[in-house]
Design a binder for this molecule. Structure first.
Ligand SMILES: O=C1O[C@H](COP(=O)(O)O)[C@@H](O)[C@H](O)[C@H]1O
Length: 245
């Protein structure tokens, strides 16, 4: 079966999932000339992939000094908090690399969530060398995104139409719908990508992935993303369900 949009890659299990994702990242980075801007998902799904990327051979095949790592969203908590996405990324990936990439994270200390979102947007405009997006020169070379059981991606949450409809700002605060405030990238910048890979793993995501791949629920935040480049759904068998056949 083919998804309504994008390409579907189904791998047998969690180990193959991490291996496929790490290889894809390493190959895309090696193919790029000059800087390579990668978006990173938070949450639990990508952790094993990041750990795999931080180990041989992938770790050593990448010139990390050419890489900008950009978090797709963050919980507005201290960077050493258990809930922090950047903490997970440091623990799983960047702490183990032979050279430091530029890791762009949402500032926290002494800021309101609105100020943090604005400051992060300014940082990303500097990464891009421009404050506007041009489809012929995408922001991301590769953007890894997760999908929650409820279909959210980054911190674009279902039912929050004012945030889901944001087309001007690249970064916005999210102050409803979760116990802690969040900061998230918006559709325009997430869609400005040569390659977007949704990482979907585990039986808990099966129903939502089925709705997205079959096009039966176009209001799901993950289903609304329209990248300018390739769109890949990477799923393990547990998540893929009937799509694995
Ligand atoms: O809250 C978040 O959830 C999504 C999905 O996370 P997962 O734990 O179900 O993999 C994640 O992509 C996002 O970065 C995170 O902040």
């Amino acid at each position: 079966m083919k998804p309504v949009r994008g390409e579907l890659v189904v791998v047998p299990d969690a180990k193959a999932f991490a291996e496929y994702g790490a290889r894809l990242f390493a190959e895309e980075a090696a193919a790029a000339r000059g800087r390579f801007v990668a978006g990173l998902a938070g949450g639990s799904t990508p952790r094993a992939l990041y750990e795999r990327l931080a180990a041989a051979p992938w770790r050593d095949s990448i010139d990390w000094t050419r890489i900008d790592l950009v978090l797709g969203d963050e919980r507005f908590v201290a960077p050493d908090d258990d809930k922090s996405n950047v903490r997970m990324i440091r623990d799983a990936l960047t702490a183990h690399l032979p050279a430091a990439p530029r890791l762009h994270q949402v500032p926290f200390d002494g800021m309101t969530v609105d100020q943090a979102a604005a400051a992060y947007q300014q940082d990303l405009a500097e990464v891009h060398g421009a404050a506007t997006l041009d489809p012929s020169r995408p922001f991301f070379d590769l953007c890894l995104l997760g999908m929650g059981d409820d279909g959210h991606t980054a911190s674009l949450l279902p039912g929050q139409d004012d945030l889901l409809g944001e087309r001007q700002r690249w970064v916005i605060p999210v102050t409803k719908g979760r116990p802690e405030a969040r900061v998230t990238l918006t559709y325009p910048i997430l869609e400005s990508a040569r390659v977007v890979v949704f990482l979907v793993s585990g039986a808990g995501k099966r129903d939502m992935l089925d709705r997205v791949l079959s096009g039966s629920d176009r209001d799901v935040p993950a289903a609304r993303l329209r990248p300018v480049g390739r769109l890949i759904w990477l799923a393990d068998r547990d998540a893929a369900g009937r799509w694995a056949d």
